[in-house]
Design a protein around this ligand. Structure first.
Ligand SMILES: Cc1ncc(COP(=O)(O)O)c(C=O)c1O
Length: 211
């Protein structure tokens, strides 16, 4: 498919040569995404259109067992009726409060989650990388205020071969060239620890540059 066709979503109407595969709906969706979506991921060429429980169906009707489960965000399965009903009911009452106000759901949610997980407090986040960033901030502040680490000298020990997301601090902790290269200057304050999955081309242990 040409660049123009990819960006407009138009399928090309040329006749395929005998014996060659015609352009599929999957190809068209993949081309459209390649034409319009920022290139920060390399997904498998499967275009999912519908799902129920552990099964997903692509745009051409093929069914797959979804063993990835949204990297565990979907451990209850796709479109779990109780979760869909709860989401619908919330959207029918209130869209968003922001943290500028209290919400009648936030306190009970955090109480129930903390009780379930055996934790004292809950800080809901939108993404995994925000959770890791918050853990880093919490550990550093504890280090300075409780442990007595001299200000600005805290170091976070990270495993070689780690992946924690794509913010600037997190890619500073990465030794994966794809995640890290050309996003510097990097956040200082980490020490790499070798792991069984260390990439051989990288130093076994390395620290980010000091400020
Ligand atoms: C192990 C791990 N940590 C952190 C993240 C970042 O999560 P998010 O994309 O929600 O920020 C991911 C995302 O793929 C992950 O696989």
């Amino acid at each position: 498919m040409s660049d123009t066709a990819a960006r407009t979503g138009a399928s090309e109407q040329t006749s395929p040569a005998p014996g060659t595969r015609t352009t599929t709906t999957t190809d068209e969706h993949v081309s459209l995404a390649q034409g319009w979506v920022a290139n920060n991921y390399s997904p498998l060429p499967v275009v999912i259109a519908h799902a129920e429980g552990a099964w997903v169906t692509d745009v051409e009707g093929r069914r797959y067992l979804d063993a990835l489960a949204g990297y565990s965000a979907l451990n209850f399965g796709h479109r779990h009726p109780a979760l869909v009903a709860a989401a619908r009911s919330q959207l029918d009452r209130l869209t968003l409060t922001s943290r500028a106000f209290h919400s009648d759901r936030l306190g009970p949610f955090c109480r129930d989650l903390a009780t379930l997980a055996g934790k004292e407090l809950v800080l809901p986040m939108n993404t995994g990388v925000e959770a890791v960033e918050t853990a880093i901030k919490t550990a550093r502040r504890w280090g300075y205020e409780v442990k007595g680490v001299p200000d600005g000298r805290a170091r976070i020990v990270v495993m070689a071969g780690n992946f924690h997301g794509r913010t600037t601090t997190i890619v500073s902790f990465s030794d994966d060239p794809l995640a890290r290269d050309h996003y510097g200057p990097y956040t200082p304050g980490s020490t790499w620890c070798p792991s069984a999955t260390s990439r051989p081309s990288r130093p076994r242990s390395r620290t980010t540059p000091s400020p």
